[in-house]
Design a protein around this ligand. Structure first.
Ligand code: C5P
Length: 232
């Protein structure tokens, strides 16, 4: 399985994204489009970035009844994205319906990745707000296994969890890992981090890197450094 660096394009306008992508004259980074940009700029932004030759991870984290998710996934699939995601909390029937919706007439489909527990959720919130009494790491592995059972391709997780996820769900189960920082870089608001080189050693398949590239003095050089450490 090919490893790749996905650049989180967390910009709020089309103008900012294209100014950023125009810096890349030689390579075409895999791009993550999140809710802010998608809801602000509309589905056209996906088509335009795709037309420029980038692969796209559309990070919209769907979570609804199976029928609605199935139909919405069919729409996202028609945008020709390469990877998209949902909340595993929607349960196995919702994940199965999502796969059905994503599958195109010719049998191809984008990769489908599950979010387990959001990293912003604490153990205390799980217990008090959600009445889930199991330890959070056990819940994360259980949701990962549900995603595997539903036929999904992998999960989003911390690079610190990637090796354990592979142990639990198999080596081919994809791990997409944000929380990546250079050894000599700013950590920002991320807490559980790894460098691209460490993420590679730990078995991540894709690293999702935002600010270390988008806010770098030289974004192209920062991107190349990620590729050197993680892919080459
Ligand atoms: O700028 P930074 O490298 O922290 O960006 C990481 C990206 O990954 C952001 O788009 C963020 O929303 C996303 N993400 C994350 N942690 C998660 C899930 C997604 O940082 N648990």
């Amino acid at each position: 399985m090919g490893k790749d660096v996905i650049v989180a394009c967390d910009f709020s306008s089309k103008k900012e994204v294209f100014e950023f992508l125009d810096l890349f004259t030689e390579e075409k980074p895999y791009v993550k489009i999140g809710m802010e940009l998608f809801y602000g700029a509309g589905p056209e932004i996906v088509k335009e970035i795709k037309k420029r030759g980038h692969k796209i991870f559309l990070d919209l984290k769907l979570h609804d009844i199976p029928n609605t998710v199935m139909k919405s996934m069919a729409v996202l699939s028609s945008l020709d994205v390469d990877m998209t995601n949902l909340h595993a909390a929607g349960t196995i029937p919702m994940m199965e319906a999502a796969l059905k919706g994503l599958t195109r007439e010719d049998g191809t489909r984008p990769l489908l990745i599950a979010v387990t527990q959001l990293t912003s959720t604490s153990q205390e919130q799980m217990t008090q707000d959600l009445l889930i009494n199991e330890p959070i790491d056990k819940v994360v592995m259980h949701y990962a296994d549900n995603a595997r059972k539903a036929g999904l391709d992998g999960i989003v997780c911390s690079p610190l969890e990637a090796a354990k996820v592979k142990e639990c769900c198999g080596q081919n189960f994809i791990t997409v890992t944000p929380g990546v920082r250079f050894a000599d870089g700013d950590v920002g608001d991320q807490k559980r981090i790894m460098t691209p080189a460490q993420a590679k050693l730990n078995g991540s398949d894709y690293i999702v890197v935002g600010r270390p590239v988008t806010k770098a003095e030289n974004p192209v050089e920062a991107y190349r450094r990620c590729v050197r450490e993680f892919v080459d």
